[in-house]
Design a binder for this molecule. Sequence first.
Ligand code: A2P
Length: 336
Amino acid sequence: MSKKVVAVVGATGVVGRQMMETLEKRNFPLARLVPLASERSRGKTVSFKGETIPVEVLSDKSFEGIDIALFSAGGGTSRKYASAAVASGAVVIDNSSAFRMDPDVPLVVPEVNADALKSHKGIIANPNCSTTQMVVVLKPLHDAARIRRVVVSTYQAVSGAGIAAITELEEQTRALLAGESYAPRIFPHQIAFNCLPQIPQSDAFLDNGYTSEEMKMVDETRKILGDESIAVTATTVRVPVINGHSESINVQTEKKLSAAEARDILSKAPGVVVQDNPAEQLYPIAPCATGKYDTFVGRIREDISHESALDMWVVSDNLLKGAALNTVQIAEALLA
Ligand code: A2P
């Protein structure tokens, strides 16, 4: 397999760092790594495979000789630079929401819809973190019993909002425990010892009362599963967890599935690990999912309020399967 020159746009950010670590850990066939970031990172370096590599300042010229460009520097940066990357001959795998719903851009979770990669025209989108971990669990259930409706509530870690958000949770927690005040900078309200039903924290609510994160879960789930008839409603909540998103998911299916059948189906699903033994208090939790590539599912039970629905609890590392790992898996799938 020929080695590729890979650029990471946003290499100094939480997701960019995880991208580089994932490329290294999975031994991606790399000829060269090019870390890119903003003017603020001029003079910084990253370490990769024991080497110290200078961070380059992103410009239209950054993509000469690049085969694959992994973008994770926000939607504005993707919109501004992705076309320059494609014009230079690179394939862009974009972690922002800029192109996800573009009909010409495949939105891919390799375990679910790797086939969609065949139709790419230079840009491939990586889904929203909360959507990715949900669809790896929904896909096998949809294949077995046809999903009619999904009701999801998320419990999302602050790492999804970047380094400054992690710092805010840590500093605010220490300050409040010391009896000091700490004015929020990233989040609209206190995040320590609190839950905030507003993601992203900087966006206005939409006219329908949903947040953009919630509508991403609705729209992206249908696009990835390739079925616009699936009804989805979501409530997305930021919780004072450093890393690892948790989700409570209710799934109504056309054909009734027992909890045992669902457990059996999910235990054979790629990228999914069933952790479901209530007698031993075994169910997925964020600290155990952190650093892992799989998505964990437990608390699988038949919904007592509906004749054909299941409840479950799904946890994954939002920086890995929700972002960096899925991006690298897309790159791997392209090579294959
Ligand atoms: P920089 O560190 O130079 O600001 P996070 O989400 O963890 O805060 O990380 C965001 C990443 O996106 C960082 O690597 C950041 O680089 C990068 N970034 C943000 N804006 C730009 C931009 N306009 N051009 C290039 N990189 C950007």
